[in-house]
Design a protein around this ligand. Structure first.
Ligand SMILES: Cc1ncc(C[n+]2csc(CCOP(=O)(O)OP(=O)(O)O)c2C)c(N)n1
Ligand SMILES: [Mg+2]
Length: 352
């Protein structure tokens, strides 16, 4: 191969759309980890090792990976109850996420939160929220705290499409626009809120346009099945938030392959099997891997090795979760009241 040609090949191995190979690999790994982790979660749930509500993210991985990929370590992340991937991508250990699902002491909340309530202040992961829409004002509050203290961190807040019709959405959007807060809101528009098609309940189906009602917001729509598009849009939004303390609303058009939660069938009566199959062809992991392979940035062997390494991590996490103790009765009153409010009162005595 001529030297000039080698140099071109070398350059091709360097990036896609100006995003360096290292970053692409990181996002690919996050998506594969999210997918493999949740496949294991489904298996453990079906064998009775996980209880309670459990909502899987399979199909939507590009949104968490692309958006969180644009953050700095000291930025903050909020999300709703479909939260396993966001926690993993943010850097919560797979051991702790799995143990939380299993309800064990080794979990992010010592097993007291479960699937919907992952939380880890060490990596500024602010949860995991089960009540639809109520975490949007909390994210605005953290944005306010950042501005008040003169910091330059950013808050990234994910939520589902059904949120745009609720009060907290409008309260939060009004506040972040008026007070110019460094918050990036990302709606994961997977077209359904449980079994309700968004078209049946939203007066405007282009959800990103909702932000225009609050002057000062900027809004854009991206293909949420394309991790690079999500990454680029979030990068723009984060830059704006960091440099000018102004909010952005991103609508990521995405799709969940499975049912609303573990107790629902994959398509139910609100969508057809054909629709799910057609959407699956757009798989975010396969598309990134294929684009990297075409661009000479990844070989099939490298992809298989990455996948095998991720599967081993997930298996380790499951073994960790299983071996982690179940919380005993002595845990019931721990971490319920902040110490300063206890005033020395032993709650167990108070309730006897
Ligand atoms: C205030 C409130 N109302 C109703 C519910 C019950 N509920 C749980 S999930 C859900 C649908 C949410 O859909 P969406 O926001 O689109 O998120 P997705 O499940 O698609 O990720 C509803 C209505 C709830 N958790 N909170
Ligand atoms: Mg939805």
């Amino acid at each position: 191969m001529a030297k000039a040609e080698e140099e071109i090949m070398g350059a091709e191995r360097a990036d896609l759309q100006g995003i360096p190979r290292e970053k692409l690999l990181e996002m690919l790994r996050w998506m594969v980890l999210s997918r493999r982790f949740e496949e294991k979660t489904a298996e453990a749930y079906q064998s009775g090792k996980i209880g309670g509500f459990c909502h899987l993210y399979i199909g939507q991985e590009a949104v968490a990976a692309g958006a969180i990929g644009a953050l700095r370590e000291d930025d903050y992340v909020f999300t709703a109850y479909r939260d396993h991937a966001q926690a993993l991508v943010r850097g919560v250990s797979s051991d702790a996420v799995m143990a939380e699902l299993f309800g064990r002491i080794g979990g992010t909340s010592r097993g007291a939160g479960g699937s919907m309530h992952m939380f880890d202040s060490e990596v500024n992961f602010m949860g995991g929220h089960g009540i639809v829409g109520t975490h949007l004002p909390l994210a605005a509050g953290v944005g306010y705290a950042i501005k008040y203290r003169g910091g330059d961190q950013v808050v990234l807040c994910f939520f589902g499409d059904s949120v745009v019709n609720g009060g907290p959405f409008h309260e939060a959007f009004n506040m972040v626009a008026k007070w110019e807060l460094p918050v990036v809101y990302v709606v994961e528009n997977n077209s359904y809120g449980m079994g309700t098609d968004i078209d049946r309940v939203a007066a405007v189906d282009q959800l990103f346009t909702r932000a225009c009602a609050y002057e000062g917001n900027r809004a854009e729509q991206v293909d949420g099945m394309d991790v690079l598009a999500v990454y680029e849009a979030t990068n723009r939004a984060v830059k704006r938030a960091r440099e000018t303390s102004r909010p952005t609303f991103i609508e990521a058009r995405t799709y969940r392959y499975l049912g609303h939660s573990m107790s629902d069938p994959a398509h139910g009566t609100y969508r057809t099997r054909e629709e799910v199959q057609a959407e699956r062809k757009n798989d975010p992991i396969n598309s990134l891997a294929a684009r990297m392979e075409e661009g000479g940035l990844l070989t099939d062997e490298e992809y298989k090795a990455l996948d095998a390494e991720v599967i081993a991590e997930v298996e380790r996490a499951a073994r960790f979760a299983e071996s982690s103790p179940v919380p005993g009765p002595d845990e019931i009153y721990s971490h319920v009241y902040a110490d300063e409010f206890r005033g020395g009162l032993d709650r167990r005595d108070a309730w006897r």
